[in-house]
Design a protein around this ligand. Structure first.
Ligand SMILES: [Zn+2]
Length: 88
């Protein structure tokens, strides 16, 4: 298992369609895809969806991972380090 260089938390790397790798929290979560929702989930295939994380289990979209950028206590450092035009 990889570890975040900023906070030391265990992370998993998911390869995105773009070819870049995204650090995510290691535990998969159930998500409900919902366009425009504030939440973001990364699927094992490397796709990112807007979603919510609560709902009717029988209607869940599937399992995905939460970007470590969202949960890292040192996310600001990530942003500076990786930068890029993908903000937001
Ligand atoms: Zn971290």
């Amino acid at each position: 298992m990889a570890k975040c260089k900023s906070c030391g938390a265990e992370i998993r790397w998911i390869k995105m369609a773009s070819g870049k790798s995204m650090p995510v929290d290691p535990d998969p979560v159930t998500y409900w895809a919902r366009p425009g929702a504030a939440g973001k989930v990364v699927t094992p295939n490397g796709e990112v969806y807007s979603c919510v994380f609560e709902g009717n289990l029988s209607q869940a979209t599937g399992l995905g991972y939460i970007s470590h950028f969202t949960t890292c206590p040192n996310a600001d450092k990530h942003r500076k380090k990786y930068g890029g035009s993908h903000e937001g």
